[in-house]
Write a protein that binds this ligand. Structure first.
Ligand code: SF4
Length: 272
């Protein structure tokens, strides 16, 4: 793992994600090394062109006291968008914790999203926010599969256990079922395993991008050869996702589960 310290001019930056005003990325890179990661484009802008995603981490140096909590009142903040705020080395460097410590008092809506059970460390801080929600991202309960696609993230059940602890601390929680690997991700099983924790589920499809197609297709060829033809079709014909969306809507509506579908193929988001 290549670790660098880099000086950051700013730590909270304007977002172009729909519904999110600002994003906070305390690191450049992400140790979780998910094979499908969409943030890998960051390599191009940060001097990591030849480095493997997941094998470097730039730890941002910042004067945390420059953060002005009141500046973000009534805005929405996402922590994080192109890294995981609880990447394993957060345990050592605590950049995410520094951000939160200095944001206390804001009237912003703060959204945390992670694949790490380290998130429970900051419950004491989450409790000090008026408007915060903490989510975990998960797409399978199969440890072996998850180890292949998200090699350094927490095990799925460890993530759910962490969310349970946070929820029991009376902090609003949600489960982000993302990215859905069609015919592999058993999203119904994830919902059933999480319903005692939260009633807030969000869904995102698997996005095939130039840099991740070969990694995803190689995995499918080795582990799910019977799905190769289907994956070849769905990566070209996004209309096939409509069937999955309909299944999710029907399943959640019948059970009165709050659901938000963030399938990106032309960009839409539906909340029920
Ligand atoms: S946790 Fe998120 S940012 Fe990190 S590698 Fe995985 S998808 Fe990318």
């Amino acid at each position: 793992m290549i670790i660098n310290k880099v000086n950051a001019k700013s730590i909270i930056t304007k977002s172009n994600i729909p519904g999110i005003d600002f994003v906070i990325n305390p690191y450049i890179g992400c140790q979780h090394a998910c094979i499908y990661c969409y943030a890998e484009f960051m390599k191009r802008f940060t001097g990591h062109f030849g480095d493997s995603w997941g094998e470097f981490l730039d730890v941002k140096n910042y004067n945390w006291e420059k953060i002005q909590p009141e500046k973000y009142n009534s805005k929405s903040l996402l922590l994080s968008s192109v890294t995981d705020p609880y990447t394993p080395l957060e345990a050592k460097y605590e950049n995410t914790r520094h951000v939160l410590e200095n944001l206390v008092g804001t009237k912003a809506f703060v959204q945390i999203l992670t694949k790490s059970s380290l998130v429970t460390r900051d419950i004491d801080l989450f409790k000090q926010f008026d408007n915060i929600e903490v989510g975990i991202s998960i797409n399978s309960l199969d440890d072996e599969f998850v180890k292949k696609i998200e090699p350094r993230a927490s095990k799925p059940l460890d993530r759910l256990d962490a969310l349970k602890i946070i929820s029991e601390s009376e902090i609003p929680t949600y489960v982000f079922i993302s990215p859905i690997f069609p015919r592999i991700s058993n999203w119904q099983a994830i919902i059933e395993a999480s319903l005692s924790i939260t009633n807030d589920f969000r869904f995102e499809n698997l996005n095939f991008r130039g840099h991740n197609i070969s990694r995803i297709m190689n995995l499918i060829k080795v582990r799910y050869p019977e799905l190769v033809e289907y994956y070849d079709r769905i990566r070209r014909h996004y209309a096939l996702w409509d069937e999955i969306e309909e299944d999710i809507k029907k399943y959640c509506s019948t059970r009165k589960i709050r659901h938000e579908i963030d399938f990106h193929h032309g960009g839409f988001s539906k909340i029920s």
